[in-house]
Design a protein around this ligand. Sequence first.
Ligand code: ZN
Length: 160
Amino acid sequence: MASAPPLETSTLVGFPPPPPYEETMGTVPLYTPGPMYYPPNDVKGAQPPYPQQAYGEMYPPPPGAQPVTTPVVSVQTVYVQPGALFRDIPVQVHCPECTQNVTSQLDFTSGTLTWLSCAGLAIFGCFYGCCLIPFCVDSLKDVTHRCPNCRRTLGVYTRI
Ligand SMILES: [Zn+2]
């Protein structure tokens, strides 16, 4: 069985052998320990390690520069009244008439769903007043949101 040649004879043919280690690293000085460093204040508690400094002292503004001030962010409340917010429950809205935030009052009026329910009951044989029941059911009526102060119509919610 063939074995690997010894290391001394394993240089590549055509390449010069590398320089020895001493020739390459000879001019690099080795580490020589110097004198030990002792802090001047060896007494504990004599001086705080990190003295408190104000921010302005650490980073003084350049000459001629304006002092940096934090811009004041003003929060402005915007009242949005999309029609989709009006359902069959009172909502908090801003009345443009009396310029107040009010809770809307609900007015239930007969709408399309009310009449369709009435017609459906009549078709299925509910005569003699029974077909008028949808006109008494608020959940089948359209809803008009009004201002409680000036009675202005603020929004209308239609079932269909
Ligand atoms: Zn109003």
